[in-house]
Design a protein around this ligand. Structure first.
Ligand SMILES: [Zn+2]
Length: 463
């Protein structure tokens, strides 16, 4: 089968991108021809960029020989736009136009379809940078569209349902008044307009054959907002700890694809007897990931060590806060490649995921569980589907309407919980192992492949 994956970024940036790249690898291992298409935005330091930009772009060549590698259409990527910056009135207006209906995307996508002739178009995060204007084009070519839902943009202009320290599901005029997007009237107006027009055109509903979501929570949320229940498939995310680089190893070591995936899913690590020596936060450094909550914990628990792996828009502020409050028990590790991150996870005693937005299915939880670590996370979003409190990890409740940036009650709950578990060697071991078993059972990449490929087969048959 020939499958085109579409996502706005084609390098490892956040969970969605990690998934898109890992999924492309999985498809290739199973002998499926796989293309990637999105914007030309690549940070020069990224490992993904190195790999993707150099050896694999065969976009202009023949596809007969492309089976071992992902096909990238380098000459047809969508121009990078900076939606976070104000660039003058007319340029900003043009950007809003691009968000709503991008003729550049349509034109380039048409050519990709002509060259690659996919059987399936599988879209991920396409809003703003690509826009759903490409979807009717897929339909014109008779190619069914599958969409993996990575956030809440389908049901709300504010994709993470979080702003100003609280869960927020305002829409329309209320969202503008509340400045839900980036605390700005202009940005909120633009996103509300974009969202409203796409909703009115039913551009997703009319063109997407099947939605794929990672957890029951996301499904419930979509159904609640009127997005077709029977077209939603829950497929738990695969945990592939080695990520993109593993294909070389695969070719060297594998007896066959299945053996490799089974073996590599949970390599012989993390079963060391010591429970590690720090509390780890791994993820994008943003407000909604609860990074400030972690700083509060570090302040209240000076006897413990904390490490933060990752980078993001709040990094400068976080550094400043650590310095001003003299938090000497926090270490900032910066962006880590997969292998390095693995080691850091292995050395942790507890992994904290104090997210404040209803995360669909964070890898920070899954990868720590896979490593046999005890995860302490917010009782929010899809996380509740991944952790059984007290059995495969621990959950801390966020009360309704609680302002998560100010609530001393919430801070105290976290500190108490960390203190309770941190020194309990027996429970750390027991729950870590249960978490690992859960991942083996539910997040196996081969099971994921089988479930998603079934979806591919169903939608091609229907068409
Ligand atoms: Zn709001």
């Amino acid at each position: 089968m020939r499958i085109l994956q579409v996502n706005k970024y084609l390098y490892r940036r956040a969970g969605a991108e990690a998934y898109v790249l890992d999924w492309a690898e999985l498809l290739i291992k199973h002998g499926q021809e796989t293309g990637l298409w999105g914007t030309e935005a690549f940070p020069c330091h990224s490992e993904g960029a190195q790999r993707l930009k150099n050896p694999v772009h065969k976009g202009t060549g023949s596809f007969a020989s492309a089976q071992d590698d992902v096909v990238i259409f380098n000459d047809l990527l969508v121009e990078e736009r900076h939606f976070d910056q104000r660039e003058g009135f007319w340029r900003d207006i043009k950007k809003v136009g691009h968000m709503i209906w991008s003729w550049e995307s349509v034109r380039k996508f048409e050519e990709v379809l002509q060259r690659f002739k996919p059987d399936i178009v599988h879209i991920h995060n396409i809003y703003h940078h690509i826009s759903p204007s490409i979807l009717p084009m897929a339909k014109r070519f008779g190619v069914p569209v599958v969409m993996t839902v990575h956030d809440y943009h389908l049901i709300n202009p504010n994709y993470n349902l979080y702003d100003h320290g609280e869960i927020c599901e305002r829409k329309g005029i209320y969202a503008i008044a509340h400045k839900c997007i980036k605390d700005s009237y202009a940005a909120s107006f633009a996103d509300v307009l974009e969202w409203g027009i796409h909703k009115m055109l039913r551009v997703y509903d009319n063109n997407v054959a099947r939605y794929v979501v990672p957890t029951e929570f996301v499904k419930e949320k979509l159904v609640e907002q009127g997005i077709g229940g029977r077209h939603i498939e829950v497929v738990p995310l695969p945990v592939i700890l080695n990520g993109v680089q593993c294909s070389e190893e695969f070719r060297a070591n594998a007896r066959d694809g299945r053996t490799y995936m089974r073996d590599s899913l949970l390599p012989a690590v993390a079963q060391n007897d010591s429970n590690g020596g720090y509390v780890l936060f791994a993820g994008r450094i943003t407000r909604e990931k609860g990074v400030y909550l972690l700083l509060e914990m570090a302040k209240k628990l000076p006897e413990m060590q904390f490490k933060i792996a990752g980078t993001g828009p709040e990094l400068t502020n976080v550094k400043l806060k650590i310095k001003n409050e003299k938090l000497e028990n926090i270490e900032l590790l910066g962006f880590l490649e997969k292998a390095e991150l693995r080691e850091i996870i292995d050395g942790a005693r507890l992994v904290a995921v104090p997210s404040l937005w209803p995360e669909p299915s964070p890898f920070a939880v899954l990868e720590a569980q896979a490593a046999g670590k005890v995860v302490l996370a917010s009782r929010i979003g899809g996380i509740q589907n991944l952790i059984e409190d007290g059995k495969t990890g621990f959950l801390v409740t966020i009360r309704k309407y609680e302002n998560t940036t100010k609530s001393t009650k919430l801070f105290k709950d976290w500190v108490d919980k960390v203190r309770e578990i941190y020194y309990d060697e027996t429970r750390l071991k027991q729950i870590g192992q249960a978490a690992r078993e859960y991942i083996k059972k539910t997040h196996d990449p081969e099971e994921h492949y089988a479930a998603l490929f079934k979806v591919y087969k169903e939608v091609t048959r229907n068409d």
